[in-house]
Design a protein around this ligand. Structure first.
Ligand code: C2E
Length: 539
């Protein structure tokens, strides 16, 4: 076999297709995995950062309140003298205020005594205050050298007679300065005065922000009763993943690759499952594993079973029960409909033939898809099997669902070929998707099956649903065509339909679920109390 033989080129083609799919899904998985992981990590870190800021702010707020109450006590005790008695009071106040470093007395812009150092004979010149706050009668010094010892930076607040020295790093020790990108500001409520600021941003740039943005996380708590310190603001200038180091981002990157790999294998698994489902369906059709059940259609006035609908069933050893909605769609997509429909028709005619012969008024409904209608040899297959079982054509109804927008161009002539042979045509799932009025005028159906969703609207108090329902009922009356209501589950639904359309047919679990043909025979011969009740209600 040389490399240009058809088998070799087919194998090559298959390989390149497989390679294309794997490659496509790798990119898809990578893009999804990386973006999902980074987004999730960012949101988690953002949340943790905002929780941390909340903790900072509430602890700083408590500190401010405590400082405030200490200041109030100290300012109240002030009598502007450095007497022994006054120094004792100052010291007692200082011991009760662990956040305050020292209390000093001021006269003519000089410190004349201190709770810690006693009388200072010459007096020490005070630097110029950073902030003068006339409305409150207070002066503030921000980040100045301790005027007595000169060793560390302090903040000071004074009412003119007494000044209090605060070491902010001690007072606000619970606000760790080593948190990267995190800052902390003490200010007045109107942001005019900033008493203390730490962190990577200038306080005016932070305080002019109205709230958090995607680049700045901001939390503020104001204590309006405080005389000296009003608002506490904590911020993170690089929230979420932005502020995390390279190490963190690398960990998230590795995690995102792992998630991408997981996604990729899940996608391949789903594709594999789909392919296996397709293979299993092909096998089930070939081995005739697809079975049929029949659901009775009941005349709502008389309570008589006037027909039965064939419903295909598939139970696979590996996948379990698979709904016809799923396997019919797979069959449609993979060109298996001719085999599936022929199998269902064959089984339905074979199983229902004796019942149809016993009761010549009973009809048998079979679902056909659009592709069945375009199958040129299906009609002769049906004709052959009907004459084989000696079933008259008028006892068969073919239910058609329009399940694609494009529809099927030759549908009118196909339907005409069916009706000319004596078969009846039903428009299934009327009112949903593409099964609408224009479709009805096209296919000249002898029966309409109103979709289950409309039956479920009965009893609904929503005004929109009630109006839709009454419009549908009016339309059906005007159309004057044989009407079947699907999915009747309650007595109320059956009675409502009977009141509005007396000759309607009902189908649904109120009467019976789909069942094997032997049970259908028993069902037909057993009087049904719900049906009798219905008929009584209509009288
Ligand atoms: N909740 C509720 N459901 C009810 C009630 N009464 C009946 N049903 C369900 O409603 C569906 C009615 O069939 P459909 O509208 O033709 O809808 C059918 C039909 O479009 C399609 N199908 C089934 N068998 C075949 C087949 O042999 N060939 C084709 N082409 N399609 C089929 O699959 C669809 C689903 O079939 P099923 O799962 O058997 O679902 C059936 C039936 O079991 C009720 O009171 N309440």
């Amino acid at each position: 076999m040389n490399s240009s033989s058809p088998i070799a080129s087919l194998t090559k083609h298959l390989w390149s297709m497989m390679y294309y799919f794997v490659r496509t899904y790798i990119w898809l998985s990578l893009i999804m995995g990386i973006s999902i992981t980074f987004l999730m990590a960012h949101l988690v870190f953002w949340y943790l950062d905002s929780e941390q800021l909340e903790r900072f702010v509430s602890s700083a707020s408590q500190t401010s309140q405590q400082l405030h109450s200490n200041l109030v006590t100290i300012f109240t005790h002030s009598n502007n003298t450095c007497s022994e008695q006054n120094l004792i009071t100052m010291r007692e106040d200082l011991w009760r205020a662990p956040l305050i470093k020292d209390v000093v007395h001021i006269q003519d812009g000089r410190i004349i005594c201190s709770a810690s150092w006693g009388n200072l004979e010459a007096g020490l010149v005070l630097p110029k205050p950073t902030i003068v706050w006339p409305e409150r009668g207070l002066q503030h010094w921000r980040a100045v050298k301790d005027p007595i010892k000169g060793d560390i930076q302090v903040n000071m607040v004074s009412d003119g007679a007494v000044a209090v020295l605060i070491v902010p790093d001690n007072a606000y020790a619970s606000i760790p300065s080593n948190y990267p990108n995190t800052g902390f500001i003490l200010s007045t409520e109107d942001n005019r005065y900033v008493f203390h600021a730490s962190g990577p941003m200038a306080p005016e740039n932070v305080l002019t922000q109205s709230g958090s943005s995607w680049r700045l996380l901001l939390t503020q708590q104001c204590n309006t009763s405080s005389k000296a310190l009003e608002c506490v603001t904590a911020y993170n200038a690089a929230p979420g993943l932005f502020g995390k180091g390279l190490w963190f981002i690398s960990v998230v990157g590795v995690l995102s690759l792992a998630i991408s790999a997981l996604l990729h294998s899940s996608i391949l698994f789903v594709i594999h499952q789909k392919k296996s489902l397709k293979r299993a369906l092909r096998r089930a059709i070939a081995t005739q594993e697809i079975s049929v059940l029949f659901q009775p259609k009941v005349c709502l006035t008389s309570g008589r079973t006037i027909g039965i609908e064939t419903l295909a069933r598939w139970h696979d050893k590996h996948f379990g029960h698979i709904s016809p909605d799923i396997f019919v769609a797979i069959a449609e997509k993979n060109g298996l409909m001719p085999q599936l429909s022929r199998l269902v028709i064959e089984k339905a005619l074979y199983q229902a033939s004796s019942l149809l012969k016993t009761d010549s008024n009973l009809h048998l409904s079979i679902n056909l898809s659009m592709s069945d209608m375009s199958d040129p040899s299906l009609l002769s297959f049906i004709n052959d099997h009907c004459s084989g079982h000696r079933i008259p054509a008028h006892q068969l109804i073919f239910e058609i669902t329009e399940n694609s927008a494009s529809g099927f161009e030759g549908i009118e002539s196909s339907v005409a070929r069916f009706t000319s042979c004596g078969y009846q045509i039903s428009l299934d799932d009327f009112g949903t998707g593409y099964a609408n009025l224009s479709w009805l005028s096209k296919i000249k159906a002898t029966e309409i099956k109103v979709d289950r969703s409309f039956t479920q609207m009965i009893g609904d108090q929503d005004p929109y649903n009630r109006n839709t329902l009454s419009a549908i009922f009016q339309l059906l009356k005007d159309l004057n065509i044989s009407t079947v209501f699907e999915g009747i589950e309650t007595q109320e639904q059956a009675e409502y339909i009977l009141r509005h359309i007396p000759h309607a047919t009902g189908q649904g679990w109120l009467f019976a679920k789909a069942m094997p043909i032997q049970e259908v025979a028993r069902f037909i011969n057993t009087p049904n109390s719900s049906i009798q009740h219905n008929a009584d209600a209509a009288r």
